[in-house]
Design a protein around this ligand. Structure first.
Ligand SMILES: O=C(O)c1cc(=O)[nH]c(=O)n1[C@@H]1O[C@H](COP(=O)(O)O)[C@@H](O)[C@H]1O
Length: 273
């Protein structure tokens, strides 16, 4: 089954466009997971269990693991999710970008070592640097287009032939790089107008849309701008607002994460039609 097929099935099975981000920041984990050699694994798998019926995907951000030398725990988390929730796609957020020979190793890392269904990739170095990921034809390649951060405008908004650079990226991916139908694009929820522009360029290509929750993106505007004709087409990511929901309420962290994930999924669904 390809990444896109798996994602479509997860949208339908869980009636959800919500991507639950796994960004385990040691300083914010509940006390029982700190100074615990398997604490990150235990925290993330409890979050996965609490939200798996509400999510269309999970997205671990590799920096949160690598910074602590906890890649072995990330491997175990990916294996756990695959074993227990094989129908939910796992997106490795690594934002890789390098020459082909090196990209080949990054692709092995994402797809072989972690068994990810898809990986985030930076397009800045061009077509030969994304080809090694495309060779894994059943996996997804999610390319940065219009990122959620303010500084994304520094380069992505530069006018090239009268159009902002991010629109050229969207067109290039839709018309050339997506020959095998395995591509998706990253577009921030913090920029709904640009999200609508990208949707207009790429047809029904899936979009990974971070920026709701902690970054303050508006859910209604995001869904209206990015949905496809059938009310799908997006993996709308929220990480910190779900992972650290206890700080907002004082409940058990997994129950609080579930509550926020459910509220977020339902808020998204309210605007899909
Ligand atoms: O590729 C991403 O996932 C990504 C792209 C982008 O433009 N902005 C963005 O915030 N992200 C990631 O999405 C997550 C957002 O986390 P929260 O702001 O806590 O919901 C982080 O893991 C970011 O690294």
């Amino acid at each position: 089954m390809t990444f896109i097929d798996k994602l479509s099935a997860a949208w339908a099975a869980n009636d959800s466009l919500l991507c639950v981000g796994l960004d385990p920041d040691m300083a914010r984990l509940p006390a029982q997971f700190q100074n615990n050699p398997q604490g990150i694994y235990q925290f993330c798998t409890e979050i996965i269990d609490a939200t798996a019926d509400l999510a269309c995907s999970f997205k671990p951000q590799i920096a949160y693991f690598a910074a602590l030398g906890a890649e072995d725990q990330l491997e175990k988390i990916c294996a756990y999710a695959k074993e227990n929730y094989p129908h939910i796609p796992m997106i490795l957020d690594a934002k890789r970008g390098d020459i082909g020979a090196t990209a080949k190793q990054y692709a092995r890392e994402a797809f072989d070592r972690y068994g990810a269904d898809a990986v985030t990739v930076n397009p800045y170095m061009g077509s030969d640097t994304v080809e090694p990921y495309m060779e894994w034809s059943d996996r997804g390649v999610i390319i940065l287009c219009r990122t959620s951060n303010a500084g994304g405008s520094d380069l992505q908004f530069l006018k090239v032939d009268g159009k902002p650079l991010y629109q050229h990226v969207a067109k290039l991916v839709a018309e050339k790089w997506n020959a095998n139908g395995q591509c998706a694009l990253v577009v921030g929820a913090t920029f709904p107008e640009e999200l609508a522009q990208v949707r207009g360029i790429v047809g029904d290509m899936p979009l990974l849309v971070p920026g709701i929750g902690a970054q303050g993106g508006d859910i209604e505007a995001t869904v209206r701008a990015g949905r496809t004709y059938n009310g799908t087409g997006m993996m709308i990511n929220s990480s910190r607002a779900i992972l650290y929901a206890t700080q907002q309420g004082g409940e058990d962290f997994a129950a609080a994460a579930r509550r926020v994930a459910q509220e977020t999924r339902d808020a998204i669904n309210a605007h899909r039609a």
